[in-house]
Ligand binder design. Structure first.
Ligand SMILES: CCCCCCCCCCCCC/C=C/[C@@H](O)[C@H](CO)NC(=O)CCCCCCCCCCCCCCC
Ligand SMILES: Nc1ncnc2c1ncn2[C@@H]1O[C@H](COP(=O)(O)OP(=O)(O)OP(=O)(O)O)[C@@H](O)[C@H]1O
Ligand SMILES: [Ca+2]
Length: 572
């Protein structure tokens, strides 16, 4: 469609092609200059009249005018163009008939070209998450945008933990295209469990079996961030901003996400998408839970207390390495929108489907086609053992726990931080706050894996573990680290030392601990930590975990290229 349009006193040529709506100013001598172009996929809504939405809706009725609302990228501060705002332009037409044609064609265009745009959403608000502003954030920032986009929302303000999960497991969900959670990672986790559990129930699949081929979930999940860490939102959108998130939901962005299932004694314990952490991150969570009243600051306080308690734990880790030909956690790449590594995984996981609507029926397990490969065994004392299905970037750590991890490649990154000098561990933690490589330390190793098994005590030996890697390079690194400690950490040492012992031999000095952590009042340091599973403490230490590639989809698109912070090589 094409016609003259007026913006104020200036005349423009408006053109709607299949994919874009653009308007070009017509100069005095009919010379065309300055074209403004909006992709149809970025159009949020079209209203008759001269309309404004934020902060309050107001409309001036006129039968020749219409207003187009669209996604506008804002470059401010550190957001690097990832921050989105609602753009709006008011047009006048020569006639009412033409105005009606424009509104009709524009609405039809984005309906046709954006099949994943939701029309009905189920929204759960946690009124107590983060700084307890979830309700206000939703009402003032997200709801007006959903209304403008013509999305009907059924809103539930939760009154107890797990209400959202239970609702998703039991209630009628007919007609909903997606579920939105307003809260933090804990609230997201509830919705994740509800959506995955419901899908498996309906497919008649048993979630307890670690090798089960789970059904990918048809409902998309959207996150309006209102929590303390908001790691899942940050790692899939790039900013923590309720308006940006609402706009991603409205335009029907779709980002697949790997999910890790955690089992104990052949029973599903939980699912995880961000951090599954034993040792330091488990202790931080345990400590922070007692200080919930502090709000988001509780993690910094707990981090300091746990760091000062200077703990490490014995453990045995078995892991099933992913194909090293596909990618590596040390390859210095980043998973960005349209990531090649993830796209190739989609082809592997859903071989017959090219469009996302048929993903569920053709979902295949990452492991169904190829052989499992050999498990590797590592034993020792660790400051922390972390498994993450994604980078886990968040405001505290802009590149995340594993900067080159992929959102949807069917693998996770296993990070082993061996017992080390406290200053070395501080260096490891500190490097998360910048682009310095936290894996380039002699007591840290990282593996891309399909599954892991952890036991807090040694002595187990099972036939399924075909390869026992002995001795470990990490232990060699740990020995080197010991030497370095003696030299007072004056220089970094090379990671390429010869393989030495599997477990650190250095006798551990008695450590002060305090309760769960503080030893000022405790005579004996605990020998086990707890698992932090996306912000929940697990009731077991011995677990088996398997990554399920692209099990859920979020209303997100990953981090757009050209906007991401790149991992660097500079050292602390
Ligand atoms: C020297 C500064 C070091 C800063 C180190 C920052 C590393 C941050 C890495 C964050 C990774 C977050 C992964 C996401 C986890 C979420 O599923 C989960 C639920 O929301 N959040 C947490 O468990 C919340 C976990 C929060 C962990 C906070 C750790 C803070 C450590 C502070 C250490 C201070 C040492 C001071 C020494 C005097
Ligand atoms: N009405 C409620 N009362 C108490 N707890 C709730 C309620 N609604 C949800 N929850 C629980 O609160 C927990 C924490 O919520 P949420 O994740 O939103 O905030 P947070 O912990 O501050 O942020 P983050 O998880 O990002 O650190 C969730 O695990 C959720 O199950
Ligand atoms: Ca992954």
């Amino acid at each position: 469609m094409e016609s003259s349009l007026w913006l104020g006193n200036s005349r423009y040529r408006g053109v709607l092609t299949g994919w874009t709506f653009n308007w070009t100013r017509i100069g005095n001598k009919n010379r065309h200059d300055k074209t403004i172009s909006v992709p149809v996929a970025d159009v949020v809504g079209v209203e008759e009249g001269r309309v404004s939405v934020l902060p309050h809706k107001s409309a001036e009725d006129s039968d020749k005018d219409f207003t187009v609302f669209y996604v506008k990228r804002v470059s401010s501060g550190s957001s690097r163009g990832l921050l989105w705002r609602l753009g709006q332009t008011q047009f006048s037409c020569p006639s009412r008939v033409l105005r009606d044609q424009w509104t009709k064609h524009l609405r039809a265009a984005f309906k046709t070209h954006c099949p994943l745009r939701p029309s009905r959403l189920l929204v759960f608000i946690n009124p107590l998450g983060g700084k307890k502003k979830g309700r206000h954030i939703y009402d003032s920032l997200a709801a007006p945008l959903f209304e403008l986009a013509g999305i009907s929302c059924h809103v539930i303000v939760t009154e107890r933990a797990n209400q959202a999960r239970d609702h998703l497991l039991k209630k009628d969900l007919t007609g909903f295209n997606g579920v939105v959670c307003v809260g933090g990672d804990g609230m997201f986790s509830e919705v994740l469990h509800g959506v995955i559990g419901r899908t498996q129930q309906e497919a008649g699949l048993c979630e307890n079996e670690p090798s089960a081929v789970l059904q990918a979930c048809p409902l998309h999940i959207g996150i309006i961030p209102a929590g303390s860490t908001d790691c899942v939102c940050f790692a899939t959108i790039g900013v923590i901003d309720p308006v940006t998130s609402a706009l991603h939901i409205i335009i029907g962005d779709s980002q697949p996400l790997d999910v890790c299932s955690v089992h104990h004694s052949s029973t599903l314990v939980r699912y995880s998408v961000s951090l599954l952490g034993y040792g330091f991150f488990g202790d931080v969570l345990a400590q922070s839970e007692r200080k919930r009243w502090m709000g988001p600051l509780r993690y910094d306080y707990a981090g300091m207390v746990v760091y000062l308690s200077n703990r490490s734990y014995p453990g045995v880790v078995h892991f099933l390495p992913a194909d090293p030909m596909l990618s590596s956690p040390r390859d210095k790449t980043r998973c960005l929108s349209g990531c090649d590594v993830c796209s190739r995984s989609t082809e592997r996981l859903f071989p017959q489907s090219s469009d996302s609507s048929s993903l569920c029926s053709s979902y295949l397990s990452q492991n169904s086609g190829d052989s499992e490969g050999d498990w590797v065994r590592v034993e020792g004392r660790f400051r922390c053992v972390s498994l993450t299905c994604m980078s886990c970037s968040c405001p505290k750590s802009p590149l995340g726990l594993s900067p080159s991890a992929h959102l949807a490649d069917g693998t996770g990154d296993l990070i082993l931080v061996w017992d080390s000098h406290p200053l070395g561990f501080l260096k490891y933690l500190y490097r998360h706050t910048s682009s310095q490589d936290q894996f380039d330390l002699p007591f840290v190793e990282v593996h891309r894996v399909k599954a892991i098994r952890f036991s807090a005590s040694s002595g187990e030996e099972e036939d399924v573990y075909k390869e026992v890697r002995e001795p470990s390079p990490a232990a060699a690194a740990a020995e080197e680290e010991e030497e370095e400690e003696k030299r007072g950490y004056e220089e970094d040492i090379s990671r390429n030392g010869s393989q030495q012992h599997l477990t650190r031999k250095r006798p551990q000095p008695p450590k002060a601990t305090c309760g769960v952590l503080c030893g000022v009042c405790c005579s004996k340091a605990p020998t086990t930590s707890v698992w932090n599973c996306d912000g929940e403490i697990l009731p077991f230490t011995d677990i088996l975990c398997r990554i399920h590639g692209q099990l859920v989809r979020l209303y997100a698109r990953g981090i757009e290229a050209g906007t991401a912070v790149q991992p660097g090589n500079d050292q602390m």
